[in-house]
Ligand binder design. Structure first.
Ligand code: ADP
Length: 189
């Protein structure tokens, strides 16, 4: 039986969102993307959106307290009790500890963390390409470089956090969407 409470870890542009969506459909569990939820909050001009807007536009992280609240609200909804694919959360040690705490309270601990990897040059190319088609306001070169740096400083260290818990599997993120999906399947067995 495949793991169903999953976290996808990886730098911007590595394909977390695409793979998370595929996995969510395959396993019939929700994809939980804090990036999508925050973009939605910004579009609705909600309180969370107002707090998150500036940081997002600059490729900085939104404050832990806000993101943790958003994630908690989503993870405590009924559909997440059968499983979930976390995409883009946690991104800091503080968020990772908060996640462990909330999943501990819910009695549904994380089962696997899949770290998707690729060379930075490939990622920047992909993000610049995406900027042309999707028009995300944070997909410009300066912001992309900043998101990469923030990723290396704040988020990449989480790989050892999950490795220490025995949950980490590394997956090569280069090649076609199907190739990466197959590797992820392998990492979930
Ligand atoms: P990407 O992985 O391409 O950077 P996301 O959609 O995951 O894109 O995130 C977009 C932006 O939303 C981030 O640059 C950050 O400002 C904010 N964000 C998303 N998730 C988090 C998080 N867990 N903690 C802090 N900020 C976040």
């Amino acid at each position: 039986m495949s793991a169903r409470r999953l976290l996808l870890l990886g730098p911007p542009g590595v394909g977390k969102g695409t793979q998370a969506l595929r996995l969510a459909r395959e396993l019939s569990v929700p994809q939980i993307s804090t990036g999508d939820m925050l973009r939605d909050a910004v579009a609705r001009k909600s309180e969370v959106g107002k707090c998150a807007k500036n940081a997002m536009e600059q490729g900085e992280l939104v404050a832990d307290a806000i993101v943790i609240r958003v994630a908690r609200e989503r993870l405590t909804q009924d559909d997440a009790c059968a499983g979930f694919i976390l995409d883009g959360f946690p991104r800091t040690h503080e968020q990772a500890r908060a996640l462990d705490e909330m999943l501990g309270e819910l009695g549904t601990p994380l089962e696997r963390c899949v770290a998707i990897t690729a060379e930075e040059g490939v990622l920047v190319e992909r993000l610049l390409e995406r900027a042309k088609t999707e028009g995300r306001s944070d997909d410009n070169e300066a912001t992309i470089r900043n998101r990469m740096q923030v990723y290396h400083e704040e988020t990449a260290p989480l790989a050892s956090y999950y490795s220490e818990q025995g949950l980490l599997r590394d997956v090569d993120g280069t090649g076609s969407i199907e190739e990466v999906a197959d590797r992820i399947q392998g990492a979930l067995q």
